[in-house]
Design a protein around this ligand. Sequence first.
Ligand SMILES: Nc1ncnc2c1ncn2[C@@H]1O[C@H](COP(=O)(O)OP(=O)(O)OP(=O)(O)O)[C@@H](O)[C@H]1O
Length: 504
Amino acid sequence: MNSVAVEMRDVSKVFGPVKALNQASLTIEYGTIHGVVGQNGAGKSTIIKVLAGIYRHDEGSIFVEGKELKSITPKIIEKCGIHFIHQDRLLVSTATVAEAIFLRNEPTFGPFINHRKMNAQATELLQRYFDLELDPTTLITDLSTAQQKIVQITRSLSQNAKVLVLDEPTAALVTKEVESLFTVLRRLKEEGIAIVFISHYMSEIESICDTVTVLRNGENVGQVSPKEVGIEKIVTMMTNRDTSEMYPRRNVEVGAPVLEVDNLSLASHFDSVSFQVGAGEVVGLAGLLGSGDKEVLQSLFGLLPPDSGTVSIDGTSHKFRSPVNAVENGIAMIPEDRRAHGVAVNLSIAENITLASVDKISKRGFVNRQEEIESVDALIEELGVKTPSGDMLVRNLSGGNQQKVVVAKWLSCDSRVYLLDEPTVAVDVGSKIEIYGLINRLAAEGKGIVFVSSDFEELAEMCDRVLVIYKGEIIGEYEGSSINSEQLLAAASGKKITINRSAV
Ligand SMILES: Nc1ncnc2c1ncn2[C@@H]1O[C@H](COP(=O)(O)OP(=O)(O)OP(=O)(O)O)[C@@H](O)[C@H]1O
């Protein structure tokens, strides 16, 4: 068998004024795990969509097992044994495990689906590939996200996949699930399958990939082995900049409380939550999945009205019954699910950015277009949003660049308190530094910031104080330079901790 499964040679793809791929190449071998990395907008999704037959490339050639494919459609690619596990493509939630694996491929008995055979085959496949005892009649909705990924992979294997392309497969997984997915991927690699792994998590790239293709501005800047060159080198190749100063320092005197939360409770989510955030202070909330951290933010923003307790801004107490009400009273929120709550994808970047701050740039009901262009251009530049202009529709931006638009939108309005829910999720290393810089700028302007993140290193490095939340209660508080991510993780998992109040 040819050891090279797929070769994409000098592939270019243009979208209007944007050159998404510029003579990029990708060579994938059987029996290896191949990473594709690059900053937001570097062209990762585009190269994968070209391979999937979703986008037609403008230039270049694509070979499968040494033979050039002259025409590429999703059907042809699937026939070649190349399968894709897309990030947000969900399985039919009303299906059982067996139905999801064999959808449109069901074993039949005359005109009927042979359920007994289908269940037996599903059980056999899950056991053979993954050593997994999973009842094939379990509903997809009752599976964890990691198990759902495994069902998706099993579906591909049942159709004899030889190349599996996984787009950010770990984005919604917790650490333990990532480990079990990696065990699965290593086993598939041993079986000779070629795996393409796209991720922003450098530690994952280091631990699982044999080789990595680095894209920058649509160009291939190299194919390297992470074990040989190290992650720092790969990050430098991606960003073309020195990232040793990942977390920019801040030197802000913390002032009087801007936000005071007193005994806030919401049944089944959190109980008697109290804390304060001073002017210029960044306070983290560290919790594991389901701890109540996100619900606290949503309550503060009027999305989930609490049962009891009070919230005060600059000493005045408020009851927020809706986000509009919260915004009017000086609270801004950068939500995690940017597609659902953060951006209007069918509006332009400029329209999105100015949506929350239209009062600031309008006079007697008319938007001052010149001011809008200037303020939008300044934010696009500051955040490094990759776009030819502010007129581009948000839906045409890469995922990470959409996130930057959400951040820019809220930064352009003048709030007192900023609630940040995973502001750097799906954002590349360079953009993370830019977002950290903006958080520091807000702090320097005397704003109060509440920061929720599942990246505890980020919390430890960026926050003045971190509150640990476990099963809806704040069980600990860390302060100053002694905060470290291991302690936070241990505490957030419910391990007993001592309250640490060492000075900054
Ligand atoms: N349909 C489209 N129309 C216009 N421009 C597009 C379209 N799809 C992608 N682009 C542009 O092509 C470039 C590459 O985008 P792509 O989605 O491939 O990046 P990416 O590396 O996957 O980024 P991310 O990590 O943020 O997901 C970006 O500048 C993006 O704005």
